[in-house]
Ligand binder design. Structure first.
Ligand code: PPS
Length: 330
């Protein structure tokens, strides 16, 4: 996994400014084409961690219901948001849901309630794809779940009316997945997982490291439950989303109040990818998520994983209570 072509200890430079500009333009063109909005005039949103997948997903044709909405629809604020968590399967859930004719979703992560709140709701709405009456508008930005201000800001948008979906995954595996992403971005100079996860000397868990902190689900959830009743949140199991995607999609469609139209027929297991992939409607081309989804994980010493597992246990138990479901990570 190292793939490190420079001297150890060096961090690889960011992509060149011109490449970054190309990527930005790519996203704006995409946004404009998808939503009929001139994102370029109204403000910019960055490419996000999984934007490379979007290019692949959207390159191969538009669903029929999207054509009609793009022509005759109008833009709405989202009525449902996938608020987290990072590396738990948020992209897989969104892509499966957008197969539904009553779902219209922004492909890119808007990051409105964390980074771009100052741009206002008008800007946020301008990012959304057009929808027809009866269709749901959705977006996913996994960092909302851990952003202090996000619950209050989403509440300020529509009170408790917004439906919130949270994909969760064993926090230990999630931390390793997060670390794998860091390594993929910076193969040179990234310290070993154990060095980031535990304090030198005392061996205490470094709660300050975001890969660890994000997995303290109970702590983050407390903030949401101060404003939203629990029935406004749906917890989707990241593990089940891989093992039995149709079952998790059934729960999500019930929660969203839309008919069960995304079913087992939409999924097949792709042995080359090692994950479920989408079969897009009758005669549609099969599609798997891109290479940043389902990355090989680096080897982490089993003792380190065990220590982390013990650290998370009380937080997990509290989370099971709060969520009303035992996810079986312990
Ligand atoms: N169908 C399918 N195909 C590929 N990957 C799948 C799928 N379903 C769930 N997953 C898991 O999704 C993990 C990435 O999660 P996110 O999409 O939330 O990542 S991100 O925060 O948006 O970057 C990703 O994590 P890693 O395996 O660690 O890469 C996958 O395990």
């Amino acid at each position: 996994l190292s793939g490190c072509c420079e001297k150890a200890g060096q961090i690889q430079p960011d992509p060149s400014p011109s490449r970054r500009r190309d990527e930005q333009v790519h996203l704006e063109v995409y946004l404009e084409a998808r939503s009929g909005s001139a994102a370029g005039d109204k403000g910019r949103i960055e490419r996000t961690s999984d934007a490379e997948d979007e290019g692949e997903l959207y390159g191969d044709g538009v669903l029929l219901h999207e054509d009609e909405a793009a022509e005759n629809g109008s833009q709405s604020l989202p009525q449902a948001i996938i608020i987290g968590v990072k590396k738990a399967g948020t992209r897989a859930l969104l892509e499966a849901l957008r197969q539904h004719p009553l779902v219209r979703a922004l492909g890119a992560e808007a990051h409105f309630f964390d980074r771009h709140y100052g741009r206002g709701l008008h800007w946020y709405r301008s990012l959304m794809p057009k929808s027809l009456p009866g269709q749901l508008t959705m977006e996913k930005t996994p960092s909302y779940f851990v952003t202090r201000e996000a619950p209050g800001r989403i509440w300020a948008m529509a009170g408790t009316r917004t439906k919130l979906l949270v994909v969760v995954r064993d926090p230990v595996t999630r931390a390793v997945s997060d670390y794998a992403q860091t390594l993929a971005k910076r193969p040179c100079g990234t310290p070993p997982f154990e060095a980031l996860a535990f304090r030198n000397g005392s061996g205490a868990v470094q709660i300050g490291w975001s890969a660890v902190r994000i997995g303290l689900y109970a702590r983050h959830l407390e903030r949401w439950l101060r404003l939203f009743p629990r029935h406004r949140l749906l917890f989707v199991s990241g593990e089940r989303l891989i093992a039995d995607p149709a079952a998790e999609l059934a729960r999500a469609q019930t929660f969203l109040g839309i008919p069960q139209l995304v079913t087992t027929q939409h999924f097949y297991f792709d042995s080359a990818k090692g994950f479920p992939c989408l079969r897009r409607g009758a005669g549609g081309r099969p599609h798997c998520l891109g290479k940043s989804k389902g990355r090989p994980h680096p080897r982490v010493p089993p003792e380190a994983l065990q220590r982390l597992r013990e650290f998370y246990r009380p937080f997990n138990l509290k989370f099971y209570q709060m969520a009303g479901h035992d996810f079986g990570w312990d």
